[in-house]
Design a protein around this ligand. Structure first.
Ligand code: PMM
Length: 282
């Protein structure tokens, strides 16, 4: 899944694809580079971000979604708002990516249920302006899984078919960016993808959004502790993609597609070889 942020202020690529023409061109480039899905969003969720109005969000994504769908691209809409998702579904998007897992807008689950499209339900504890202060966990893996289980109950109660749900541990969203000790929230989740998504006897598909996030900049900090700028974390993103895909992720959401697409293919070969070996030994 390649990312098109039509925003002036996203964490990882703020402003780069803000204009409709640039965003559409970028979406087409991502597909040419190997993306199976293009995720279009018009509201930044970087730590500390304030919300934009629904009108502004729609203004940003409308032409981009319309043109990409027209060009035959499999488009996902990255929004917490039913109003925006409704437009996007009418325009023909194939998937709704709701980072709030239906918490931000109570109308979202029913809308997605009616459309019957895949629904990405991410772990989320509140809006970005103060999400870091909610990053308090005794056991991050157990708590994220339990809170996702509650969201599954809530959205299925609104009519969402469980077979359409994709879970996401919400890396960077109310998760501390450390890489050792009790703050290594993102890393503990990454090594526990199967555990996080095994809920109610079912293994849900998992989407991982690690690309260019703070935990990579923190891991790769200079000796004086200065975090590596996010633009210089693409190689680390590729490493996470390979490990996450080998560890069972269904999809990775990334900003730079080519090397990540290669990493996904490496992981697929890795898993196929492991499965073949296991079968031969039986
Ligand atoms: N991260 C961002 C935006 N949307 N969607 C899902 N499902 N998972 C994520 O981890 C996720 C997301 C924020 O990242 P960006 O602003 O760098 O694109």
């Amino acid at each position: 899944m390649g990312v098109v942020n039509v925003t002036p202020d996203s964490f990882s690529d703020g402003g780069q694809w803000y204009g409709a023409a640039a965003a559409i061109g970028h979406g087409l480039d991502l597909v040419a580079a190997g993306a199976d899905i293009v995720d279009v969003g018009g509201e930044s969720t970087r730590p500390g971000a304030q919300r934009v109005s629904a009108e502004e969000e729609l203004r940003r994504v409308r032409p981009v979604i319309t043109e990409l769908v027209k060009a035959g691209v499999v488009v996902s809409v990255d929004t917490m708002r039913a109003q925006v998702a409704e437009f996007a579904l009418e325009a023909g998007v194939s998937l709704v990516n709701d980072v709030s897992g239906g918490l931000a807008d109570p109308h979202m689950p029913r809308l997605v249920a009616k459309a019957g499209v895949p629904y990405v339900v991410m772990h989320w504890r509140g809006h970005s302006h103060d999400m870091d202060k909610r990053a308090v966990f005794q056991d991050v893996v157990v708590e994220v899984r339990d809170e996702l289980a509650q969201r599954i109950d809530a959205v299925t109660a609104e009519g969402v078919d469980p077979s359409t749900i994709v879970l996401d541990p919400g890396l960077g969203f109310s998760k501390l960016p450390g890489w050792q000790g009790p703050d290594a929230h993102n890393w503990e989740l990454l090594v526990s993808l199967r555990e996080v998504a095994h809920i109610g006897g079912r293994d849900f598909p998992v989407l991982v959004g690690a690309s260019r996030k703070r935990h990579l900049g923190t891991l790769l900090a200079a000796p004086d502790g200065t975090p590596r700028p996010f633009t210089e974390t693409d190689d680390a993103t590729v490493a996470v993609t390979a490990l996450a895909a080998a560890g069972g992720a269904w999809c990775v959401r990334v900003h730079r597609v080519p090397a990540n697409a290669d990493a996904v293919r490496v992981a697929a070969a890795w898993r196929a070889a492991a499965a073949a070996r296991a079968q031969r030994r039986q």
